[in-house]
Write a protein that binds this ligand. Structure first.
Ligand code: B12
Length: 251
């Protein structure tokens, strides 16, 4: 799988930071850049993975190999990211196992979508969805290649389901991983709901991820001066950063 930094490298990193589809392709995820540099300043090796770009490359490559319809383009992706967000079509495209086993309600949902978008977009969405499982397995391979201990997902707009399904695959492959969610989809009750509904999400961060006051550790949870900033299922980044696997980013 191609990434924003070329082919998978062998270097290890303690934290993997992930931006999933359907992040729009014209605004690179500044969230990852901020968090990666904050972690590196703290001496914690981190690597960002802009998987929305990798997904676009995957869609284009796979649909160029067949004569079954035109190859999917950046415009097709952007249509989902920037227009079809009103019906959360991007979340539906990633509603695949192991996140959701049954597609029994698909037709009812697509009938609803028909009122908001064209038949061509629905056909494209189904084509994209058929290519998701292979993409997710390759993404998990890439992320685990660096032997991270923490994977942080940044989620806003239609990034929830794609992040949740990949997080579940990662957690199944390596149950010792700590899965962290942050971003605007974690604000207020949305963050609490993500934490309550999806047991493979260990930590939800609400608000700015780089705040220094998050490093405090109170009885098994991370706390912050910002009211109720975080829900933690297991343990804190500060404790984690103090473990021997935490290593300087450079040399
Ligand atoms: C810039 C902006 C836009 C731009 C660019 C959006 C883009 N595609 O990147 C434009 C104008 C295009 C836009 C459009 C829309 N926007 Co807008 N936008 C914003 C805005 C003002 C800033 C976002 C930003 O870049 N912040 C800077 C980054 C660095 O901050 P951040 O994302 O919060 O990340 C920090 C933390 O969340 C945390 N964090 C993030 N990820 C992670 C991960 C981990 C592991 C951790 C630990 C922490 C962490 O740390 C980061 C650094 O401090 C926010 C409001 C706001 N003030 O935040 C709304 C906001 C994101 N937009 C919103 C909405 C609703 C929209 C529209 C749907 C509006 C509309 N009806 O058209 C569209 C949708 C566009 C689309 N589908 O892409 C909502 C999103 C709600 C949601 N839950 O998804 C927000 C939150 C506004 C609001 N309060 O309602 N938007």
């Amino acid at each position: 799988m191609a990434t924003n930094r070329g082919s998978t490298c062998r270097r290890q990193w303690f934290v993997g930071l992930v931006s999933m589809p359907f992040k729009d392709l014209l605004h690179p995820p500044i969230q990852l850049g901020i968090l990666e540099s904050a972690l590196e300043r703290a001496g914690i090796a981190a690597r960002s993975h802009s998987l929305e770009l990798a997904f676009m490359e995957h869609l284009h490559a796979r649909t160029s190999e067949t004569t079954d319809g035109k190859p999917l383009t950046i415009e097709d992706y952007q249509q989902v990211a920037l227009k079809a967000f009103v019906v959360q079509l991007g979340d539906w495209i990633f509603k695949v196992p192991p996140f959701a086993e049954s597609a029994a309600d698909d037709e009812a949902y697509l009938d609803y979508v028909r009122g908001e978008t064209s038949e061509r977009e629905i056909i494209n969405a189904a084509r994209m969805r058929s290519l998701v499982p292979e993409f997710l397995e390759a993404a998990a391979d890439e992320l685990l290649a660096g032997s991270p201990r923490i994977i942080g997902f940044s989620s806003v707009f239609q990034q929830n389901v794609s992040s949740l399904v990949l997080a579940k695959i990662l957690k199944t492959r390596d149950p010792s991983l700590t899965i962290v969610f942050g971003g605007d989809n974690c604000d207020g009750p949305m963050g609490a709901a993500l934490h309550d509904c999806f047991p493979w999400v260990d930590v939800v961060v609400r608000g700015e991820g780089e705040r220094r006051d998050r490093q405090r550790h109170h009885g098994g949870t991370i706390d912050s001066a910002a009211a109720g900033a975080l829900s933690s299922r297991r343990w804190s980044l500060s404790r984690c950063a103090g473990e021997q696997q935490a290593r300087p980013a450079h040399g």
